[in-house]
Write a protein of this length. Structure first.
Ligand code: HEM
Length: 190
C-alpha cells in the first residue's frame, strides 16, 4: 500500500504546495473554528436526509459523530499540519470509513458538500477578496484530504483482492487495464 506521505507528495507536485494555504488558514483560524457546531449540524442534516447515507449510522450514533466531525473541522481550519495530522486523515478519516463499508463516492460527495457549505459561510462573513483567499485555502487542504481518502480506499480494495485471490498487485493492475480497454471500446461503439 502506498503511504500517505507518497500520496501527499504527488498531490503537492500536481496541485501545488499546501504551505501557503495553511498560512492563510492560520491567520483566520480563531474565527473559522467558531463555525464548528454549524458545520457538524449541516453535515449530518445532509447525511441523515438521504436513505443510503442515513442507513449507515447506528441508532444513537449522531451525537458522537457530530463531536468527531467538530474536532476534524477545527483541526483542518487551524492550518497546523504535521505528519500525525496527515496520517490521521489516511487512517481515521480514510480507512475507518472503508471499514464501515462506506463507498468512496459517498466520501468524495460529502467532501464536496463540506466545501460548498464553507463557501456559503465564508461569503456571508467576509468581504469578497478575503472570502476568496480563505475559500481557496480551505479547498486546497480538503482536496488533499479527499485525494488521500480516495487513494487509501483503492489501495485497501487492491490489497483485499490480492490477499483473497493470491493475485499480485501487478497482475491485478494489468487485468484492470484490460477491463478498462474493453469497457472503453464497448462505449465507443455505442
Ligand atoms: C468529508 C467526508 C467525511 C469526513 C471528513 C468524516 C470524518 C469522520 C471522522 C473524523 C470520524 C471519526 C474517526 C475516528 O474514529 O477517529 C468519522 C467516523 C465515521 N463517519 Fe465520517 N466523515 C466523512 C464522511 C462520512 C460519510 C459520507 C459517512 C456515511 C455515509 C460517514 C460515516 C461515519 C461513521 C459511521 C463513522 C464511525 C466509524 C467507526 O468508528 O465505526 N462519514 N468520520
Amino acid at each position: 500500500m502506498r503511504t500517505h506521505t507518497e500520496i501527499l507528495r504527488d498531490f503537492e507536485s500536481i496541485a501545488g504546495p499546501i504551505g501557503p494555504h495553511a498560512e492563510v488558514l492560520r491567520e483566520y483560524a480563531d474565527k473559522l473554528q467558531e463555525w464548528d457546531e454549524f458545520f457538524a449540524k449541516a453535515f449530518y442534516d445532509r447525511l441523515f436526509s438521504y436513505d443510503p447515507t442515513a442507513s449507515i449510522f447506528r441508532d444513537g450514533e449522531r451525537t458522537e459523530r457530530e463531536e468527531t466531525l467538530k474536532i476534524w473541522y477545527r483541526k483542518v481550519v487551524s492550518g497546523e499540519y504535521d505528519d500525525t495530522f496527515w496520517e490521521w486523515q489516511f487512517r481515521r478519516v480514510g480507512l475507518v470509513h472503508v471499514a464501515r463499508g462506506i463507498p468512496n463516492e459517498f466520501m468524495l460527495a460529502a467532501m464536496a458538500f463540506v466545501q460548498n457549505v464553507f463557501l456559503m459561510k465564508v461569503k456571508d462573513e467576509f468581504p469578497p477578496d478575503e472570502a476568496a483567499r480563505i475559500y481557496l485555502a480551505f479547498k486546497h487542504v480538503t482536496d488533499a484530504i479527499a485525494t488521500i481518502i480516495a487513494a487509501g480506499y483503492m489501495y485497501t480494495y487492491l490489497e483485499a483482492v490480492s490477499e483473497s485471490t493470491g493475485m499480485s498487485l501487478k497482475l491485478i493492475e494489468r487485468h484492470a487495464k484490460l477491463v478498462a480497454q474493453r469497457e472503453y471500446a464497448d462505449g465507443k461503439s455505442e
